[in-house]
Design a protein around this ligand. Structure first.
Ligand code: ADP
Length: 264
């Protein structure tokens, strides 16, 4: 799977220079009928290139808002998001759309493949939308790597859920993006299939130098990551490196028991 070599040339103590993505004091507030909801209360987080991070937290803790702001789908009210060293928060809508197409990969719980396109056309779609050359050889290579080398001519409807999610992984990797965001990527899959999909994400990180940020509520899914970061009430509420499922589950129970507002 080797493609991009990841070489760190600066000391580990110096932040940001090699971050795939960095959030600085990111805030997002929603107004709701005169009431203000602090969905993100000032998030500082730096994720290295070639890392696999799980974002966890109770329902309503801000995971979706985090993902939307980090991926340039939503704009923070304050703070900055740096993608591959470029500050993206103040880009025009046009530039942001272009940047998302070429420098971010997305994997969704519901796969989101286009049913009328073949598997290979789905994988090539980000390049097509970005106006880049469609690299068919690369698409075939990626499909082979996710175990679907023979399926490029099929339609998504002819594939199982797990196979569709593997197509989505290949699609997310085709542009060699700065970051792949995965939103509950195993939420619609059975346990065995989920493990296969998580193993593929792990391999993309280990062998291609991909950077994966995965929102999940599943402690076992999180254990495939290098690091689990926890959100509670819109703020970071701890992290675990090399998370094991039991430690993650314990942390989630503790967070769920916290009174609302405790993280503020
Ligand atoms: P999670 O993904 O962890 O469940 P969210 O990011 O969806 O959390 O939500 C964080 C908080 O922001 C919640 O209190 C939620 O109700 C609120 N929120 C999210 N989106 C909106 C919105 N579009 N309008 C108003 N409030 C919102």
């Amino acid at each position: 799977m080797a493609r991009r070599q990841h070489v760190r040339t600066e000391p580990y103590g110096r932040p940001a220079a090699h971050a795939a993505i960095e959030l600085r004091a990111v805030r997002r507030t929603y107004g709701r009928g005169g009431e203000t909801v602090h969905a993100l209360r000032g998030i500082d987080l730096s994720l290295d290139r070639g890392s696999f991070t799980a974002v966890m937290g109770p329902s309503g803790s801000g995971k979706s808002t985090f993902l939307q702001c980090a991926a340039g789908l939503d704009r923070p009210d304050a703070g900055e998001v740096h993608l591959g060293g470029e500050e993206i928060t103040r880009l025009s809508e046009n530039r942001l759309t272009k940047l998302r197409r070429s420098r971010i990969g997305f994997i969704f719980q519901s796969f989101n493949l286009l049913p009328s396109l073949t598997v290979q056309q789905n994988v090539l779609l980000p390049q097509r939308l970005a106006g880049e050359r469609q690299d068919r050889a690369r698409a075939r290579e990626l499909l082979a790597q996710v175990g679907l080398g023979e399926h490029g001519g099929r339609r998504p409807g002819q594939l199982s859920g797990g196979q569709q999610q593997r197509v989505a992984i290949a699609r997310a990797l085709i542009t060699d993006p700065d970051v792949v965001f995965a939103d509950e990527p195993t939420g619609a899959l059975d346990t065995r299939t989920a493990h296969e999909v998580l193993g593929l994400l792990r391999r993309a990180v280990d062998t291609m130098g991909a950077t994966v940020v995965m929102v999940t509520h599943d402690p076992v899914a999180a254990s495939f990551a290098d690091r689990a970061v926890f959100l509670a009430d819109g703020a970071l509420a701890g992290e675990l490196y090399h998370p094991d499922p039991k430690a993650v589950a314990d942390r989630m129970v503790t967070l769920a028991a916290r009174p609302v507002g405790a993280a503020a």
